[in-house]
Design a protein around this ligand. Structure first.
Ligand SMILES: Cc1cc2nc3c(=O)[nH]c(=O)nc-3n(C[C@H](O)[C@H](O)[C@H](O)COP(=O)(O)OP(=O)(O)OC[C@H]3O[C@@H](n4cnc5c(N)ncnc54)[C@H](O)[C@@H]3O)c2cc1C
Length: 411
């Protein structure tokens, strides 16, 4: 039987192993003691503390929904949660998405709302974007871009948006046409946020780990096993991991940035490309908070460290008053507490975590560096998969979809 080694037991590695099924002898190598990668939560007295940011599930791909609900965790073991998101603006809150909340903004600041409308309708979207900032200005107009999209995304990417590519954003953000925008202003027909995440699913067990553990069930996983070296046997064509494990096919979900170093005999040009790849970590705190009925709050305000709250207590049953604050970069508990003290909504800090990989950065080196590395790996038949494996902005469902596509290449 063909031996397949899968590096990493996050959503991508687990999905790949499940999809390959019994036709292959599959082994997953994972450095942690538990599966799930960045999607795994820590249980704190029944509250699922998402260490690397809140995770909810949904997908526009029917085959992914079918896989998850019919092969992994039955649909009846998920609950549907309606997205109720807010955006903080100059101290008040409006509904997400902001471009459909101009009437609400008008109630607080008439001049600002009028400028948003005028700029949105006059924006010249010539589909030629110099950078990410330019994309926001051309899609939403100058005022909406400057009040929300640019400050929020500057926080999330921890980067100057004029030095970033717009390529990642195209299918990630709903961009309304003028008719939807106008309908919403006049309420002829309230246009809606058309992203699949308007509604989403969370395990009825009250913890995302139920999904992860269901995905990992029955798989051959070697935990606490860190991959430190990958080589190939020129005679047999097999892959050799850490000088001791051999596989006919190797699939890596490890960060693409690290592969040129882990792989033996990598050309210098590929190593240099790997060094140029940038990513961000994320710092989170779990808080007790005053009651609210939202699922997320987005915080573009520049004087706040956090860019978003996930009101995790509203995902579980019975509802509880807990939220997770996220700040991109490395921030100590003390820094996070100091920032939290500015917001009376947060009442008590419970736990703190700093991630490793959270977001890859689509800067000016992104395209060229990923091209060099991927072309080399393709030449040597080394498969990469997943959010960091492919160095992309993938959600869990896209990781699963990509695993399905890779299976078709392999089988
Ligand atoms: C803040 C935030 C919020 C998010 N929210 C959502 C959401 O609401 N919904 C959604 O669908 N998606 C969300 N995502 C995206 C989702 O988390 C990812 O798409 C998915 O979890 C990535 O899985 P992966 O397996 O590709 O990567 P990872 O989870 O990173 O898995 C890689 C695995 O490889 C292991 N590994 C690394 N190095 C080694 C080594 N040397 N040896 C052995 N093992 C190693 C790691 O321990 C890890 O388990 C969010 C992401 C972030 C950062």
């Amino acid at each position: 039987m063909i031996k397949v080694g899968i590096l990493g037991a996050g959503i991508s590695g687990l999905s790949m192993a499940r999809l390959l099924g019994e036709g292959f002898e599959t082994e997953v190598l994972e450095k942690n003691a538990l599966p799930g990668g960045i999607a795994r939560t820590k249980d704190i007295g029944g509250i699922p503390y998402h260490l690397v940011g809140g995770h909810c599930f949904n997908s526009k791909y029917p085959e992914v929904m079918d896989f998850v609900f019919n092969k992994i965790l039955p649909a009846c073991e998920w609950k549907k949660v309606e997205r109720k998101s807010a955006i903080r603006l100059h101290g008040y809150e409006v509904n997400y998405p902001i471009e459909f909340s101009i009437k609400q903004i008008y109630g607080y600041d008439k001049e600002l709302a009028l400028k948003m409308v005028a700029d949105f309708l006059n924006s010249q979207d010539d589909t030629d974007y110099a950078n990410l900032e330019d994309w926001f200005v051309k899609k939403f107009g100058k005022t909406l871009a400057e009040e929300y999209f640019i400050p929020y995304n500057t926080k999330i990417w921890n980067n100057d948006l004029t030095k970033m590519s717009h390529l990642w954003v195209e299918d990630k953000l709903p961009v309304p046409n003028r008719y939807d925008f106008f309908d919403n202003l006049t309420q002829i027909a309230a246009a809606r946020d058309k992203m699949p995440h308007t509604k989403f699913y969370y395990p009825a067990s009250n913890n995302q780990n139920t999904f992860i553990d269901a995905l990992a069930q029955g798989l051959n996983i070697r935990y606490n096993y860190s991959v430190t070296e990958i080589d190939s046997d020129k005679k047999t064509g097999q892959w050799i991991v850490n000088n001791e494990l051999t596989y006919d096919i190797l699939i890596s979900t490890l960060p693409l940035k690290e592969i040129p170093i882990l792989l033996k005999n990598t050309p210098d040009s590929v190593k240099t490309a790997g060094e140029k790849l940038k990513y961000n970590k994320i710092s989170n705190v779990l808080w007790k908070n005053r009651p609210c009925d939202k699922t997320w709050t987005y915080i573009p305000e520049k004087d706040r460290l956090f860019h978003r709250y996930i009101h995790i207590g509203n995902y579980i049953n019975p509802q509880q008053d807990y939220s997770i604050s996220e700040a991109v970069g490395v921030h100590t508990f003390e820094d996070m507490m100091r920032s939290g003290a500015k917001d009376p909504f947060l009442t008590e800090a419970i736990d703190h975590h700093i991630s490793d990989y959270a977001y890859v950065v689509f800067d000016e080196n992104y395209q060229e560096s990923t091209r060099i590395i991927k072309e080399y790996l393709n030449d040597i038949r080394f498969h990469t998969l997943g959010r960091f494996g492919e160095w992309q902005y993938y959600n869990m469902d896209v990781c699963i979809k990509r695993a399905m596509e890779l299976k078709n290449v392999i089988v």
